[in-house]
Design a protein around this ligand. Structure first.
Ligand code: GLC
Length: 545
């Protein structure tokens, strides 16, 4: 059943490069997505979010756009995209595309002209500053490592690049930049898109360009004019389109800002991603570190956002995985045995999908795909991971430790091809895949998952059905339970007379039922056949009172 209320819908994220290849060039394509629409229909999702498929040199796999109006030929053509929209719509599935407007590729025509001279019409489309003597203008660091400023020989000035050197930040203070961006967004609305995901959208308003005590974040995160810019974008583009879905990716944001971004009367966005709950395995805030995840902190953060966003009248996007995160079953679950993988994969799905907000499923999550455990640097492709590796080596970290850290944290963990079946390259391509697959594809794949009624896939399918059926899953108030419990993640959802209780055992041990929680009632979902009065390893149950 597809739903018309965007709040009740579930989104499936596709990373096209790794989804399904129909040409044999080793990279996925738009026709490959069309080929799998029936599978996605079986899963039951309402929207597909495609990461960028526009023209791009692909230094950051499409997040470096060189032409917003063209499709990258590696992925197909505009006609293919049109057909994808039509075929998806015929199945009741909607399409969201990714909009990357904090920066463009340095191969974008605007940047090519901008860099030519200080008099260029496009000079002010980007952020150019003089150096401080022979140093960059400020001490800000790129999120991918190194200085955030790149000196350009033609004029001797520096441009700002918060990500890769080939991703130059746009100057949103310039009215023509905003107008050109809004025109582009309207073009894709007219093309037939049903929604957008906005990349790092809370970084578009830069404040003062001053030295920082940290890496510079405080000057450009949730910056001074960000709400004004988003409101203007809403009014100039999608704002009056009934049911149009928008989600903003918010980097290092705050709860207060996220309420503002999503409160309907402010007319900015529908919903937001934040990442605080996915930093619980960073040591002192450092991603490239070895640190077991902190379960109590994970609960604390998720609940703070659940309760806070609801109280403030905003709306969350909820997720464990995306193309920038390791696989959740390897991260907060257990992939050391097949039984633990399946149990914990289902448990994580149940724990998340009863929360408030729009749930996102990342390709392969629904079959419990794992991290890759690559054992050498030449198997990695991601620009962030390669930079991190060099920096770790410069800091004296041994090769084996750097490889261990990458194998836990690298974005490539999410970017290996979807495992469709047990044949060569998991049925992803007839050519050579652009990145290696996990060794386990012969037993972890879609074909197996569909054939086994007890697979993780059917847990996801059931959770999507439940979200469509039960209003309490969308609109119910969230009440955290057992907040200090070291193994159980538990909460209630309440809507009028309806009450749902969810309890998930995040540990591989048997756990006694706490005296103050009563789970009698109609079982909505349980990843074991029964409940013995104790919670089995990775058991998760939701009951309706
Ligand atoms: C977002 C994307 C990520 C990309 C970055 C720069 O965080 O999700 O993949 O590298 O923005 O565009």
């Amino acid at each position: 059943m597809a739903v018309s209320d965007w709040k009740k819908s579930v989104v499936y994220q596709i990373y096209p490069k790794s989804f399904n290849d129909t040409t044999g060039n080793g990279q996925g394509d738009i026709n490959g997505i069309i080929e799998k629409l029936d599978y996605l229909k079986t899963l039951g999702v309402d929207y597909l979010w495609l990461t960028p498929v526009y023209r791009s040199p692909m230094n950051d796999n499409g997040y470096d756009i060189s032409d917003y109006y063209e499709i990258n030929p590696d992925f197909g053509t505009k006609e293919d995209f049109k057909r994808l929209l039509d075929e998806a719509h015929a199945r009741g599935i909607k399409i969201m595309s990714d909009i990357v407007i904090n920066h463009t590729s340095t191969e974008h025509q605007w940047f090519i002209e901008s860099r030519q001279s200080t008099d260029s019409k496009y000079r002010d489309y980007y952020i150019w500053k003089d150096g401080d003597g022979d140093q960059p203008p400020t001490n800000w660091e790129s999120k991918f490592g190194g200085s955030a400023w790149q000196k350009d020989e033609i004029t001797g000035q520096y441009y700002l690049r918060l990500f890769d050197v080939t991703q130059a930040d746009l100057n949103w203070e310039n009215d023509s930049v905003r107008q050109d961006i809004f025109d582009m967004i309207n073009y894709w609305i007219d093309f037939g898109m049903d929604g957008f995901r906005f990349d790092v959208i809370n970084l578009i308003s830069k404040g003062d360009y001053k030295n920082s005590d940290d890496i510079g974040k405080e000057f450009y995160t949730d910056g001074p004019r960000v709400h004004e810019f988003l409101h203007e974008m809403n009014r100039s583009t999608f704002g009056d389109k009934e049911g149009f879905m928008t989600v903003g990716e918010m980097s290092s944001t705050t709860l207060e800002h996220c309420i503002k971004y999503t409160k309907p009367e402010r007319q900015e966005l529908n919903s937001v991603f934040n990442f605080h709950h996915l930093k619980v395995d960073y040591k002192d805030g450092e991603k490239w570190s070895e640190q077991p995840y902190d379960f109590l902190e994970l609960k604390k953060i998720l609940f703070r956002w659940q309760v806070g966003i609801e109280a403030g009248g905003g709306w969350n996007a909820i997720f464990w995985c995306n193309h920038d995160q390791p696989r959740v079953v390897s991260r907060f679950g257990d992939d050391t045995t097949e039984e633990a993988r399946v149990r914990s994969g289902k448990m994580l799905a149940i724990a998340l999908h009863f929360l408030q907000g729009t749930p996102y499923i990342y390709q392969g999550e629904e079959i419990g795909m794992t991290n890759l455990y690559f054992n050498s640097i030449d198997r990695y492709r991601d620009v962030e991971s390669l930079n991190a590796y060099s920096i770790m080596k410069e800091r004296g970290i041994s090769d084996s430790q750097a490889i261990r850290i990458l194998s836990d944290k690298s974005r490539d963990n999410a970017r290996s091809p979807v495992q469709w079946d047990g044949s060569a390259h998991a049925g992803f391509t007839t050519g050579t895949p652009w990145i290696d697959l996990a060794d386990n594809y012969q037993h972890i794949n879609v074909e197996q998952a569909l054939a086994d009624k007890h697979s993780i896939f059917y847990t996801y399918q059931r959770l999507i059905e439940l979200r469509h059926e039960l209003d309490v899953m969308t609109y119910g108030k969230v009440v955290p339970l057992l907040e200090e419990h070291p193994q159980l993640f538990a909460y209630e959802r309440q809507l009028d007379e309806e009450l749902v209780i969810v309890i998930a055992n995040f540990s591989g041990q048997m756990v006694e039922a706490p005296a103050d929680v009563n789970i009698d009632g109609e079982v909505l979902i349980n990843n074991y056949d029964s409940y013995s009065g104790k919670f089995e390893p990775y058991q998760a149950i939701a009951v309706k009172k």
